[in-house]
Unconditional design. Structure first.
Length: 276
């Protein structure tokens, strides 16, 4: 299994520095936050996009995903949501990233309406994504925090261009253990995002192994799935990637990224080795 880390928590860090940190710590790829305050976003012109792709190639690293912010289950018109998603998909295509992350963002008091909006928009986004050789991943987050919620939408969409990004914290806080979530999401899974937290109530991010999330159970489930002879239909690369999410952007008190990366890599590799 290959390891990536997310730049969600280090806004504005120059891309060469991100790539240097990833390479020095032995990670295989990076998930980039695609936001206007970041170096990589849909506003880049053709030359700038080519420069980003060349930097990744020169570093020998994979741009795993562009983490965007369209909310596909949110109330309102479809057009702006789809326009934002389409721009991210074209950027991913140009940069060679296999995935784009989107959020649900549904109304808490209208589950049926949120599902309907998500299915309608994700079906259109999946069609566009497939044509670009990219996959759009709905994250287990906010209104659709559990694997059951995201699987419900994806089963209705039923398109290979759409999949799931499994954020383990949200599914666990929603009452699902890793084995249950994996069973629900396996037909759709793009990759898995991990962190750690002090408790169900306190989501201050901790390095993996310092909190309460069942990461050893997760590693066992993922290792078992990776060793299976036949992947689930439509699962794509499935459990090939494990991505650590670092969130200093929203929790300024957490430790600085450079000092954490080597230990995080070592801990994740040890979890996977112990589950083998």
């Amino acid at each position: 299994m290959r390891l990536a880390f997310s730049t969600l928590g280090v806004p504005g860090t120059p891309l060469p520095e991100v790539l240097r940190l990833a390479g020095d710590a032995g990670f295989h790829g990076v998930e980039l936050r695609a936001h206007p305050e970041e170096p990589v976003h849909p506003g880049l012109d053709a030359d700038e996009r080519q420069a980003v792709a060349r930097r990744f190639a020169a570093a020998g690293l994979t741009l795993l995903c562009l983490a965007g912010y369209p909310r596909l289950a949110a109330p309102g018109d479809d057009a702006p949501v789809l326009a934002e998603t389409r721009a991210l998909l074209h950027l991913a295509h140009d940069l060679g990233a296999p995935y784009v992350r989107v959020f649900p963002g549904g109304a808490p008091d209208d589950a049926a309406g949120s599902d309907a909006a998500a299915v309608r928009r994700l079906a259109e986004a999946a069609r566009i994504a497939e044509g670009l050789g990219v996959r759009v991943l709905l994250e287990t987050h906010d209104s659709h925090a559990r694997g059951a919620d995201v699987a419900r939408v994806l089963s209705a969409v039923d398109h290979p261009g759409a999949g799931a990004l499994w954020d383990v914290m949200h599914t666990w806080r929603g009452g699902e253990e890793p084995e249950t979530t994996h069973r629900l999401l396996a037909p759709y899974l793009g990759y898995v995002q991990v962190k750690d937290i002090p408790s169900r109530e306190d989501t201050t991010p901790l390095p993996p192994g310092e909190g309460v999330l069942p990461l050893a159970d997760l590693a066992e489930v993922l290792t078992r799935a990776t060793d299976a002879a036949t992947p689930a239909p439509g699962a794509g690369t499935g459990v090939e990637w494990l991505c650590w999410e670092y969130e200093k952007r929203w929790y300024p008190q957490v430790r600085e990224l450079p000092g954490l990366l080597p230990g995080v890599r070592t801990h994740l590799l040890a979890l996977l080795a112990g589950a083998a």
